[in-house]
Write a protein of this length. Structure first.
Lengths: 166, 105
């Protein structure tokens, strides 16, 4: 039993916040993320390849990526770009998919049924000295028809994120 | 419908309810007293928490007792850790790729 655990706060909500400095100009980091030709060169964990990356890079546009494990197993993911601010910010949804681009639950790839079906990823690009600070926020979107906690709440967290980056 | 832990903790009131129940068993009325929202609203939140397995409700006489099952939150930390590892590995590769791009230029 973990009686002492404080259940509120960022991690308890399933949010993930990662900040990383890159020794490269912001323009190049932005390009590496938004141009499929570049994106395919780094997407996925070590020793994985990215044989497919299709991006309709505009608000409301979809993407479909494939990540191939060293053993040749393919993991497809898809989502929609929700917000694009040139050189500054990309917000997109992220979910597992089959190779036709249909969203599938995590169980499709043998993962826990309790994982959220859809995630929201916010990537922020910031100039810092000669380099670039990239901040990545990853959060589970609440599922269900009622959409409780969605909308306003998430927007507020984005505002907070933006604020913290000023 | 199916409720998962992530959905359960997406709402600030429900997070507050879990916090309240984390070190004590309380009746539904006790829980409701701590909130400005209506009792039916609290009741609905408890129902969602119960469906996700984070709270167990037991009828004892005329009272309903609510108890938190915090071990269910492990699913959240497991998920966060898994994602953290994945993103770290991706960003490591992005870093390598950016270095490669710049040395080629």
């Amino acid at each position: 039993m973990i009686r002492d655990t404080e259940p509120t706060g960022m991690s308890a909500r399933g949010d993930l916040l990662i900040t990383r400095m890159f020794d490269a100009p912001r323009e190049l980091v932005w390009q590496a993320w938004t141009d499929p030709k570049h994106f395919k060169r780094w997407w996925g964990p070590k020793d994985y390849t990215c044989p497919v990356c299709e991006m309709d890079f505009r608000v409301g546009g979809k993407y479909l990526n494939c990540m191939r494990s060293p053993k040749g197993k393919d993991y497809w993911s898809t989502g929609v770009f929700r917000e694009i601010i040139l050189m500054e910010r990309i917000v997109f949804t992220d979910c597992f998919a089959d190779e036709q681009g249909n969203a599938v639950p995590a169980t499709y790839y043998g993962m826990s049924a309790d994982f959220p079906l859809e995630m929201l990823v916010t990537v922020t690009f910031e100039e810092s000295g000669n380099g670039t600070r990239l901040t990545l926020k990853h959060e589970g979107l609440p599922g269900g028809s009622e959409g409780e906690g969605a909308g306003q709440g998430w927007n507020q967290s984005f505002d907070k994120l933006a604020e913290s980056l000023k | 419908m199916r409720r998962d832990v992530f959905q359960a903790i997406a709402d600030p009131n429900r997070r507050a309810i879990i916090g309240l129940l984390s070190n004590q068993k309380l009746t539904l009325s006790d829980v409701a007293e701590h909130f400005a929202i209506s009792r039916p609203a609290v009741s609905k939140h408890i129902k969602i928490l119960a469906e996700s397995g984070l709270v167990v409700v037991r009828q004892k006489g005329r009272q309903r007792y609510c108890e938190a099952r915090l071990e269910k939150l492990n699913e959240v930390s497991e998920w966060v850790q898994q994602n953290q590892k994945q993103w770290k590995e991706r960003l490591d590769r992005l870093d390598e790729y950016l270095t490669e791009l710049q040395s080629a230029a």
